[in-house]
Write a protein that binds this ligand. Sequence first.
Ligand SMILES: *[C@@H]1O[C@H](CO)[C@@H](O)[C@H](O)[C@H]1NC(C)=O
Length: 384
Amino acid sequence: MFSFVKLYSALVLLATIGYVQALSSTLQQLTNFGTNPTNVGMFYYRPTQLATPPPLIVAMHYCSGTAQAYFQGTSLAQLADQHGFIVLYPNAPTAGGCWDVHSTGTLTHNGGGDSLGIVSAVRWAITNWGVDASNVFATGTSSGAMMTNVLMGAYPDVFKAGSLYSGVPYACFQGADAWNSQCSTGQLILTPQQWGDRVRSGYPGYTGPRPKVQFWHGTVDTTLYPQNFWEEIKQWTNVFGVSQTPTSNLTNNPLPGYSRASFGDNVQGILAQGVGHTVPERETDTLDWFGLSNLQPGQGLPSAPTSAPTGAPTTAPPTTAPPTTAPPSTPPPTSAPPTSTPPPSNGVAEHWAQCGGTGYTGPTVCASPFTCTAVSPPYYYQCL
Ligand SMILES: *[C@@H]1O[C@H](CO)[C@@H](O)[C@H](O)[C@H]1NC(C)=O
């Protein structure tokens, strides 16, 4: 009886603290990984138990963030333990901690810039860790979301899919300056053809398959205005040659107030009603988009036909997951920031929420223990 009580208490305790479950490994630094013209810093999380072969996710931080902050602020490392993939956490080399998403070099295939440093680490991981070259992915928040689009455009041969939170279209910031207010405020309006041409110019002559792209955006984002969501729809539907009219649009998905619009199998835009900058990363949703939700250490991904580079909505083949695969439904432990919804009425901005900047009118005090940090002054301040 007594031992039963003790066991029960232990189980309750376990269930309660499950999300702080220890990782199997630690964040490590990678050096000497190849061509790195801007000196991008590189860190990685490599679980002790890997899938065979392991996929790779590149996870990129917001302005003023670091590899360490993104490692701690997202649940990707816990999910890496659970699914057996490796995570690369690049660290922006500039003082402000933003990624170069504007220079011709970074926007061009093998043209230099931050993007080439990141891709060099991916290539190094493929060669030295046996990473599955056909299952390399990118995700990021804000500046990291912009960089995800840069990688999708300039390195379509390297990445299979991207999932980006509160960014701008590929090459929206192109030009001499690191910050582009016309783009950030949603006043850079181009035709689908023009946006698509920008992507195609990232790797001239490339005719192979393109990574499928999922983008998230909040409707009250005053840092990277929500018009960027609609410009991203134009861009990626043009690249894939599909209609700008959604093939489906699921409301209250995956959260109340969010809507998930699909444009065939390769483009998906999730609009988060009432959410500002940034939409909190939903790692398990991103893993679904990457096709990694059923993967387990010691197993490989079922080989699937590569997605067609253009057009016609194709029905996904029935997934023939091996019988030993865990059901995808269980929400894994997550250290993700609390999700979304409008600023709390007590006037305190939560972790990751905006707390200042041009045009911003919401709460300027951050919930403890976070501080209002100048991320991209004078445009944007965030609780970090
Ligand atoms: C999807 O539906 C929601 C709710 O009606 C709407 O706000 C959103 O604009 C739609 N998305 C697209 C891409 O049309």
